[in-house]
Ligand binder design. Structure first.
Ligand code: FES
Length: 144
């Protein structure tokens, strides 16, 4: 299996690993197919994601895609972060082998789950775009 330089870089030197104690939104998602788990923490000020950290109990592709996802949403507005697709994360990493495409879904879903938590904590309705499909294999969400 061939991984791009960017994937290897983010796997060996993942950005924003850890937890945020007083996070404004925390999302935990799992991939029922492989059992991998990802937790994402967001600090949000005035609708801007000022800090983000993640922990992944998962494969190398899951680590690399979460790392890249955190880089892509840091400093962005909540709305912009909600538009982050796993496809955009894969593109930013110069691609993933087909067998690992599903791993990138974890990162997108963890961001959405953390934002949904942020809305719930504020007592606001969770926007449709922050809701994640409740499927078990994510095959329906794989990029074309
Ligand atoms: Fe489970 Fe990659 S094999 S997320």
């Amino acid at each position: 299996m061939i991984y791009s330089k960017a994937v290897m870089d983010h796997f060996y030197n993942p950005r924003n690993v850890g937890a945020i104690e007083d996070a404004d939104g925390v999302g935990e998602v799992g991939n029922a197919k492989c059992g991998d788990i990802m937790k994402m923490y967001l600090k949000i000020d005035d609708d801007i994601i000022t800090d983000v950290k993640f922990n992944t109990f998962g494969c190398g592709a899951a680590i690399a895609t979460s790392s890249m996802a955190t880089e892509l949403i840091k400093g962005k507005s909540v709305d912009e972060a909600l538009k982050l697709s796993n496809k955009a994360v894969i593109e930013a990493l110069d691609g993933l082998p087909p067998a690992k495409l599903h791993c990138s879904v974890l990162a997108e879903e963890a961001v959405k789950a953390a934002i949904a938590d942020y809305y719930s904590k504020k007592g606001l309705a969770v926007p449709e775009s922050a809701k994640i499909a409740n499927c078990c294999c994510h095959a329906c969400q794989q990029p074309a």
